[in-house]
Design a protein around this ligand. Structure first.
Ligand SMILES: [Zn+2]
Length: 258
């Protein structure tokens, strides 16, 4: 895997409620812009990317349809098995706004503005995914080591497992009940980082700790009561998903860089 010296500062780690920030353009590609810092969360850990707009010094507005982490590498820390660290973040520009890339030059200042409603829903959904996971850990611990992947969308999250034994209706009810009890208790959620590798981050809620670099809401009550559903994906594959019809997000929590 290629390693590079450049690094995009991840402002979303320093302040998960930051919705606008100024940064300097480092590189301009045919379809993307790399900045020295960004508040846009790049796709990763199952969480979909932020979207938004880059406003150039000239006033040109370039909408970005995704932010992507490039040239990251596994951190090599035993407690963080799946986490990529370092590397840069590319903002992929909407095709019809790409002519505006001609106005962008390295060294120029650009303002990153994220779609805050999308970010808020992804953030709450991501926090919900961990509570669902804790429910699965408690009631179907055999599935945990057989996780194939997870996908965190605006309206919910899902995990796929390579398990022969189906999740029974009783198990699903028990998993939902464990997860929803954690919602009802409206527990505080915090994150922190490894002291040496600051991109290697952890999620904390009550006594639970999960390695995770995603964005999180700071209390579980915002999730609202979740519905848990199961789907058979084929031989030996099960999917569990949570749906969040009662999400309670407060967009007022988001603020621009001071
Ligand atoms: Zn997480």
């Amino acid at each position: 895997m290629m390693r590079i010296d450049r690094h995009t500062r991840r402002l979303y780690q320093e302040d998960p409620f930051l919705c606008q920030a100024e940064a300097r353009i480092v590189r301009v590609g045919a379809d993307h812009i790399e900045l020295d810092a960004t508040c846009a969360y790049p796709e990763g850990g199952g969480q979909e990317s932020d979207m938004g707009v880059l406003i150039l010094e000239s006033g040109a507005r370039l909408r970005f349809i995704s932010a992507q982490r490039m040239y990251g590498h596994p951190c090599g820390l035993p407690d963080f098995p799946d986490i990529l660290v370092a590397g840069v973040i590319w903002h992929t520009i909407l095709p019809e706004d790409r002519p505006g890339l001609l106005e962008a030059r390295p060294g120029m200042v650009a303002r990153v503005v994220i779609d805050v409603a999308r970010r808020a829903r992804l953030t709450v959904s991501h926090t919900a995914s961990h509570l669902l996971y804790l429910g699965i850990e408690r009631h179907r611990p055999d599935a945990i080591g057989r996780t194939l992947g997870c996908h965190i969308r605006e309206d919910g999250a899902r995990f796929d497992f390579a398990v022969e034994e189906r999740f029974t209706p009783e198990e699903i009810a028990a998993i939902a009940s464990t997860a929803n009890e954690l919602v009802t208790r409206d527990l505080a959620v915090t994150t922190d980082a490894d002291t040496a590798t600051k991109d290697a981050r952890r999620w904390h809620c009550a006594s639970h700790v999960i390695p995770c670099g995603g964005t999180h809401w700071d209390h579980t009550g915002a999730i609202g009561q979740m519905e848990v559903r199961r789907k058979r994906l084929g031989t030996g594959k099960e999917r569990l998903s949570c749906h969040l019809p009662d999400m309670r997000i407060d967009l007022g929590r988001y603020h621009p860089q001071p």
